[in-house]
Design a protein around this ligand. Structure first.
Ligand code: BEZ
Ligand code: MG
Length: 577
């Protein structure tokens, strides 16, 4: 009997843990910004459609607008101490839930009744002094007004006439509300300003969280990490991805007399309190074109770290470089090369095209294609000679063979890993290349560095979250279906991009494919609706699911397969007639 009692006690505890975990996952999905439709060029969006966006804007301090984050103001009003610390807790708690509820209601009231109504409501329901919240709501009012007007078509016409278009910064609205109004000539950044101090400070949290996560799962630090760096990401975040790479290496950027980040300062090991991690950086063609001085900075950082007189077990760059040199396999300049991109003038990995066209036979091909496209070294050798995109396939092969984890910083609230094929072509492509060269699949991580809490998720977790927040979420797909033909194409796009994560990284749970079938193809009403709007995309989507089965990513019941085959046949027939 006592044994049974113990067993039921454990089961109850396990059940509680399970319910808590479920609750956290539901909250995580709820807190995502879920796009409820596509932007239509030249058309302003409705205020209610923007409520979630405004709530996210209001979640950050905006010192440049004299506005404070609403959750912090609410926490102060309610007398809840240590709000920042609460945010960094991994599990949710009643205090943050209460704050979130109050903030959402205040933003809803703002959408309904304007700034004054929201300020009054917050004052009486959360004791937030009116003068404190007013600046935040005035900022939201300004944003709402700009979202309500749209001069994109007029700007396009002016551009076509060769007239002047006012410039504006590039980012998303949450990162920088000054991107509004749209329809301006987006400008990038001064590459010498990257990474900004703010980006460097934020990157420390992210890099630490990334290493903590790897340690929790593997009991030690990774021998080397492969990072994907994009241009637009680093424009939007003023170089957070770059700063993360520098942190992992244990160095900080130093500005010269002209305030340009061109030098490196080594963070002493006593301060760093962990080993310096080796990083292999694959930068996009856009990054290469925009950030030449930044590539030089990253290259300089690796070379500097490789020459530090430090114990090998505290400096993985030095360890990896000296092992290579000791084996007589490389000179220093080759063994230390870590910054790779496309050949000059080339862009992209083409892995996405190969996946979308279903033309690869063995997995190795996808990883090889990635390396073929990306194995061009950008460095400066020991004699100070610059190397600008020299093919260095064997150097990249070797650098990747030491990698144990791959990582990409997610920069946008609006675009996630199943929205576009570029995430799987890059992060999936490099992960497959590592898997083949290191003879073991790397741990694959993404960060959500833009939420107030720094979150590192595994790729599998991110695919699940994106699927639940978007592809299988009625709020998302009904928003897409309002756009008719294009909306169905978007759903198909998401399924194809999800498939891309199976192809490159084996990161999709089988239930995801099954639920996609149930939601879009088994439900007769939904199937009919989709076919009326866009039978071409429905056919592609169905064929993609059959391909997922053929390639072994998913093994559904025969009944489901039969249904899919029937659906393809009837669609072929419908489209042929
Ligand atoms: C970039 O910003 O570097 C980028 C954008 C889209 C696809 C790939 C890379
Ligand atoms: Mg594209």
């Amino acid at each position: 009997m006592p044994r049974n009692n113990k067993k039921s006690e454990t089961t109850a505890a396990e059940r509680d843990a399970c319910v808590m975990q479920l609750c956290e996952q539901l909250l995580e999905i709820e807190q995502r910004l879920i796009p409820t439709g596509l932007h239509v060029f030249g058309r302003a969006s409705e205020l209610e459609e923007n409520a979630d966006l405004l709530r996210m804007v209001a979640s950050f301090d905006r010192p440049e607008h004299g506005a404070r984050a609403l959750p912090k103001l609410v926490a102060e009003g309610l007398g809840i101490d240590g709000y920042d610390a609460l945010l960094h807790e991994t599990s949710t708690n009643e205090a943050t839930e209460l704050i979130d509820r109050i903030v959402s209601e205040a933003v809803r009231r703002f959408c309904e009744g304007g700034a004054d109504a929201a300020v009054r409501w917050l004052n009486s329901n959360a004791s937030v002094a009116s003068e404190k919240s007013l600046a935040t709501f005035l900022l939201l009012a300004n944003i709402a007004e700009q979202l309500d007007s749209n001069n994109e078509i007029e700007s396009l016409m002016r551009a076509l006439r060769g007239e002047y278009i006012e410039p504006g910064p590039g980012a998303d609205i949450i990162q920088n509300p000054l991107v509004l109004p749209t329809g301006r000539n987006t400008h990038a950044v001064n590459p010498y300003s990257v990474p900004s101090q703010m980006a460097f400070a934020r990157a420390e949290l992210t890099a630490d969280a990334l290493l903590r996560r790897y340690q929790e799962e593997h009991g030690r630090y990774p021998r080397a990490l492969a990072l994907v760096l994009w241009g637009l990401d680093n424009i939007k975040t003023q170089g957070e991805g770059v700063a993360q790479a520098l942190h992992l290496l244990g160095v900080r950027p130093v500005r010269d007399a002209l305030n340009r980040a061109t030098e490196i300062e080594v963070i002493p090991l006593e301060e760093l309190k962990r080993p310096r991690i080796d990083v292999v950086m694959t930068v996009s063609g856009i990054f290469r074109d925009l950030f030449a001085p930044t590539m030089a900075l990253l290259d300089k950082a690796v070379r500097r770290v490789a020459t530090l007189d430090e114990p090998l077990d505290m400096n993985y760059v030095r360890r990896n470089v000296s092992e290579r040199m000791d084996a007589g396999a490389s000179e220093f300049d080759d063994a230390v090369t870590r910054v790779f991109s496309n050949a000059p003038g080339n862009y992209g990995t083409n892995v996405n095209f190969m996946v979308m066209d279903s033309v690869w036979e063995s997995d190795e091909t996808l990883g090889d294609l990635f390396v073929t496209r990306k194995c061009f070294a950008y460095t400066r050798d020991s004699k100070g000679r610059s190397v600008e995109g020299r093919e260095a396939r064997h150097l990249m092969d070797h650098a990747l063979s030491r990698v144990e984890a791959t990582y990409q910083n997610i920069d946008s609230f609006e675009v996630g890993i199943t929205d576009v094929d570029h995430y799987f072509e890059y992060l999936g492509g490099i992960s497959k290349a590592v898997e083949m060269r290191a003879k073991s699949r790397p741990a694959i991580y993404l960060s959500d560095s833009l939420s107030p809490q720094t979150r590192i998720r595994s790729l599998e977790e991110t695919v699940r979250l994106e699927t639940r927040a978007k592809t299988l979420n009625p709020k998302w797909y009904e928003g897409m279906l309002k756009h008719g033909f294009r909306g169905v194409a978007e759903i198909e796009n998401h399924v194809a991009n999800t498939f891309g994560w199976s192809a490159t990284a084996d990161a999709v749970d089988p239930w995801i494919y099954t639920d996609i079938v149930k939601t879009f193809l088994m439900d007769e009403m939904m199937f009919k609706r989709l076919c009326e709007l866009n039978p071409h995309s429905v056919r592609s989507l169905t064929k993609r699911l059959l391909e997922a089965h053929d390639r072994g990513y998913w093994n559904p019941d025969e009944e489901i397969l039969e249904k899919l085959r029937d659906r393809v046949d009837s669609l072929q027939h419908q489209l042929a007639n």
